[in-house]
Design a binder for this molecule. Structure first.
Ligand SMILES: *Cc1c(COP(=O)(O)O)cnc(C)c1O
Length: 433
């Protein structure tokens, strides 16, 4: 293959991928669809530029319009999250967490977090950013029925172990974390409290989950592309005085310096532009969207439960977020089920459940309703989606047969919603020539 043919082949793969997603049901809880306006900005000249520092205090020229956008991005982030300080430059949630660990700890310090089996993120663990920082990590006692931290035992642990940094927030995230008492205990022992809202930023901003900055968190980190339907990237948010990053010794300054020059050089200015549009759209449509996302998750969980699937969190009504977690150990396990579902047109991921020890052979599947909501699905559609899943995982129908029914169902959901060009094609890729 000539190099040019190889390059053309890339375009073909993207085209085929796009068509495949158009006839499938997207259920991965960490993904979303960016709006048409935001998507356009990702291909703009902003991509080709650099802008180190802050608007008006740059190391490069040529940033007149980029500064304008960055100021607006920050202003909208403050409005959306009802806070007084925001760093909008982080390029991913993991990078924001690495910056946060650098700002709040030294090697050898203790970080407490949720274990990965209970739903914690790898960046909070020994093999991720927290471990790379050289910190020791201890995980919280878990309440399996409530699917959250065990508050009394966590408070006791924080008082005894006196960590430097107390981290809340998960990747498997069904219910808000009761952080109030634990944050108070953390502050009593001099710890900083970080809430990693990567998965639930869109629900927090939509006022439908919890309000960490008012419940005791000192700051929030979180991705801008999971339930918040923006470009890949992240935010760090706090209630520090405006301009606090100029004051020596403040947490705001440590976070600011840990982002730049610490962990970000180019902050992906095309993403910055798309992020700004996504924040504006979320201010206009975020509450209605978050409402529907959670209604859909509850409806999906209920339908799966009624069709005989083991859904976690039953005692609390299954979910209060965008996620539904099911145990498919009895039906072939998470890795088998995820592959069979992909062949059937349902894009999901296998997931560890409390008690699991293998990330490669876990018992569960994690499902998310945020992208299905963006393409217009409502509660009544969740029964159809649940049936497709049951047909593959429990009834063991041929996935290829199920995928035909999935594609026919998906024809009704081709537009994107909760954005300025309501109803525009959800998945679109323009091939050259
Ligand atoms: C997804 C996730 C991250 C990482 O975010 P990226 O943007 O993928 O780097 C961090 N923390 C939690 C809790 C997550 O779920």
């Amino acid at each position: 293959m000539s190099r040019e043919k190889a390059a053309q082949h890339v375009l073909d793969q993207v085209e085929r991928h796009t068509q495949w997603f158009n006839r499938s049901i997207p259920m991965i809880a960490s993904e979303n669809l960016i709006s048409p306006m935001a998507r356009r900005l990702l291909a703009s000249d902003f991509h080709d530029r650099y802008a180190e520092g802050h608007p008006g205090k740059r190391y490069y020229q040529g940033l007149v319009y980029i500064d304008e956008v960055e100021r607006e991005c920050r202003r909208l982030a403050l409005e959306l999250f009802r806070c007084s300080w925001a760093d909008v430059r982080c390029v991913s949630g993991t990078e924001a967490n690495i910056a946060a660990f650098a700002a709040t700890t030294k090697p050898g310090d203790l970080i407490t977090a949720v274990s990965t089996a209970d739903g914690g993120h790898i960046s909070h663990a020994k093999f991720g950013g927290a471990g790379i920082r050289g910190c020791a990590i201890e995980t919280y006692p878990w309440d399996q029925d409530a699917m959250t931290i065990d508050v009394a035992k966590t408070v006791k642990m924080i008082r005894e172990r006196k960590p430097q940094l107390v981290v809340f927030g998960q990747s498997m995230f069904l219910f808000p974390t009761p952080i109030q008492e634990a944050a108070q205990a953390a502050h009593e022992v001099g710890a900083t409290v970080m809430y990693d809202g990567a998965h639930v930023m869109g629900l927090i901003a939509g006022k439908r989950f919890q309000d960490p900055l008012r419940e005791g968190a000192d700051f929030i980190t979180g991705s801008t592309h999971k339930t918040l339907p923006g470009p890949q990237g992240a935010l760090i948010l706090g209630n520090f005085p405006e301009g606090a990053e100029e004051q020596q010794g403040t947490l705001a300054r440590k976070l600011d310096r840990a982002v730049f020059p610490g962990t970000v050089s180019s902050h992906h200015l095309h993403h910055l532009a798309a992020k700004t549009v996504a924040l504006a759209e979320h201010l206009d449509f975020g509450e209605a969207y978050a409402d529907q996302v959670i209604k859909n998750a509850k409806a999906l969980a209920q339908a799966l439960h009624e069709k005989g699937v083991a859904v976690l969190g039953e005692k609390r009504g299954f979910t209060q977020s965008h996620q539904v977690v099911v145990d498919v150990k009895a039906h072939g396990g998470g890795s088998w089920a995820a592959q069979a579902l992909e062949d059937g047109g349902l894009i999901t991921n296998m997931n560890m459940l409390p008690g699991d020890t293998s990330a490669l052979h876990p018992s569960g599947l994690r499902l998310g309703t945020q992208e299905m909501t963006r393409i217009g699905m409502k509660e009544r559609d969740m029964a159809d989606v649940a049936q497709f899943l049951v047909d593959v995982v429990i009834k063991k129908e041929k996935p290829a047969e199920v995928s035909k029914r999935v594609a026919a169902f998906r024809e009704r959901f081709q537009g994107i919603h909760y954005c300025y060009q309501d109803g525009a094609p959800a998945y679109k890729f323009w091939k050259l020539g």
